[in-house]
Write a protein that binds this ligand. Structure first.
Ligand SMILES: [Ca+2]
Ligand SMILES: [Ca+2]
Ligand SMILES: [Ca+2]
Ligand SMILES: [Ca+2]
Length: 350
């Protein structure tokens, strides 16, 4: 049993404690509000650590298919030919001021394969894909062979000589308007959403396979830019095309010819009514190549069989390069009949 004295002592303690609650905070006590809330530490974004399982190694040789280049008329601020707006063939590796950008001028493209990968190589007139023009390279896949692209593999700088998937995004078109209404014609003015769904972006953690597509640069004279993608992604037969884009860089407005009239887009061809370039500039694309099936050649956008004398292909570094990398043997390996040392070109038989 507590004595009266004990009760008094307890009462004094309680009184002191009650006062303590109202007493000013002593300098040694840290105000609670200064302490960082624990939740902040755990809510900091955690960088996505990508653990790649499958990676391409080297690409087998391929036979390049030529694309028109503008290098010979660059000093005249014009493309020679090869820009056919009505047919979605763009040859406009120029700024709006008609300044030539050799590093985005596609000179050839090709495909090869190994057990797990397809490799699509792009030859350029220049050899610096990391050019300050911020050039985007794209690989379009039409997997159901209707000449409307289904997937666009997009790569943005900086690029490296070793394979990387860090700068790759893959977009899908979910409502079949990646070429507007007509797969080959300009449908301008057209309203659609082009490539409308981002299905893979390894750095953002988007997608369930971060190893689908890769890119590297300077792998060879006709592989200044080289993509690799998994065979399982595309299937065995498809059509593909490539594009270099330092202008709009907007996959939601592909095909670009569907969103601008030719008058709005301008033209790189001097005697065209709409010369020079206007809304649609710094872009070079190619026709569609068939892979894994025999095309009828009536497919919209399909590349024509090479007809002489267009069957000439130049070393991308050209005759001005101190060391031409082409030889007769290399040309033969690529299916050409001859080699012209004066212009560093593979030329057709005869
Ligand atoms: Ca070109
Ligand atoms: Ca398609
Ligand atoms: Ca169209
Ligand atoms: Ca779409």
């Amino acid at each position: 049993m507590k004595s009266k004295k004990d009760w008094l002592f307890t009462g004094v303690i309680l009184l002191l404690l009650a006062q303590g609650c109202n007493m000013p905070v002593t300098p040694t006590q840290e105000p609670e509000s200064i302490l960082p809330p624990i939740i902040e530490e755990t809510s900091e974004p955690v960088p996505t650590v990508i653990e790649h399982q499958d990676m391409p190694i080297s690409a087998p040789e391929a036979k390049p298919y030529p694309d028109v280049t503008s290098v010979d008329t660059a000093s005249e601020n014009r493309a020679p030919y090869g820009d056919s707006y009505e047919n979605n063939r763009l040859e406009r590796p120029f700024t709006q001021d008609m300044i030539y950008i050799p590093d985005m001028d596609i000179s050839a493209f090709s495909i090869s394969e190994d057990g797990e990968w397809y490799f699509v190589s792009i030859g350029l007139v220049g050899n610096n894909p990391n050019n300050a023009s911020n050039i985007r390279y794209m690989l379009e896949l039409d997997t159901n062979l209707d000449s409307f692209g289904d997937f666009m593999i997009v790569a943005d700088p900086p690029y490296s000589e070793s394979w990387t998937a860090d700068n790759i995004k893959i977009y899908a078109d979910t409502n079949k308007d990646s070429a507007g209404i007509s797969p080959v014609r300009s449908d301008a003015p057209f309203t659609g959403n082009g490539y409308d769904k981002l299905i893979s972006s390894p750095p953002e953690g988007i997608g369930d396979d971060f190893d689908i597509a890769w890119i590297r640069i300077n792998a060879g004279p006709f592989a200044v830019v080289q993509f690799a993608f998994k065979k399982a992604f595309s299937g065995d037969s498809f059509m593909y095309a490539v594009m270099a884009d330092a202008g709009l860089r907007d996959v939601a407005r592909l095909d670009y010819v569907d969103y601008f009239t030719e008058k709005e887009a301008g033209s790189p061809v001097r005697d065209n009514l709409y010369y020079p370039l206007k809304e649609l500039y710094a872009v070079d694309n190619t026709c569609l190549q068939a892979f894994g099936f025999a095309p009828s050649r009536f497919e919209p956008k399909i590349c024509p069989d090479i007809v002489q004398p267009e069957n000439i292909i130049r070393d991308p570094r050209g005759p001005t390069s101190p060391a031409c990398e082409l030889t007769f043997a290399v040309c033969q390996q690529m299916g050409f009949g001859g080699f012209d040392a004066a212009t560093c070109s593979c030329v057709p038989i005869g």
